[in-house]
Design a protein around this ligand. Sequence first.
Ligand code: BDR
Ligand code: CA
Length: 303
Amino acid sequence: MPRMIVDCDPGHDDAIALILAHEYAEVLGVTTVAGNAPLAATTANALMMTALLGADTPVHSGAAEALAGPAPHAQAVHGSSGLGGVTRLEHDRVVASTDAVGFLLDAPEPDDWIVALGPLTNLALAIERDPGWVDRIAGISIMGGSATVGNVTRVAEFNIWADPEAAARVFRAGADLTMCGLNLTHQFRSSDAVTERLRGVDNPLAALAAESFDYLHARMAEFIGSRDAALHDPCAVIAVTHPELLETRMRAVDVETEGALTRGMTVVDARVSRRRDPDNVRVAYGIYADEAWDLVFAALGAS
Ligand code: BDR
Ligand code: CA
């Protein structure tokens, strides 16, 4: 089983990703960052998810702001709690520390992965404190960016757009990087059929997933006019636990931090000419979605 630290901002799809990570990997710890909701909310959600999973995984809270200032949130999609529509579980879990960066630097061994599901602020701060860190981990699997369309702006995806300076630093830190961007995650979608299947399953993880999809589908009906949603964050977990389910290509990728129209864009060099810049990122382009759904259903006890 691969070992990983999950850096996240739960978030409905982060919550499903945490379930997958605990099923198919050894999770050394969860670090939290402001993103879908403020840090207090994303941390509370991470703690609740570990409680729901019956896991003693330590949760370390991290950055409340982006490198350049206050963090934007995605509460229009995920609700003010970050897990809108989800029944809260009472529990007594508390954070192991408020030093996510220290945990990221100290905990992993050379075969361990970092799976990044929110803005990349914690990772950028770790690299700033110790640039050699990237050579002491197996790699970083990121849900973020896109090789095609954006979701906040025409070209920028939320996790990168929320802290482009951090993302630019992570993408050029010399780590073994995998990018699961929107071009990939838009191929892995939930629908009301998924919700119905999960509603028939008598366990708390399936119940949370059903509530999550129901809430997301209602938001998507408002935003895109159709009751389905991309299941973004689980893709970055699957990239580590089941890499055979993804089709990837090595590409040169940089993050735009300046452009009036393009700030937060992951600029992918897919030129066919010999002038292509040196590759630094494994970009995911395709997913075997049926097989990936089998993994999700199995982790939710709904095979
Ligand atoms: C990403 O942004 C968040 O809203 C999701 O949790 C996912 O990590 C998709 O753009
Ligand atoms: Ca997320």
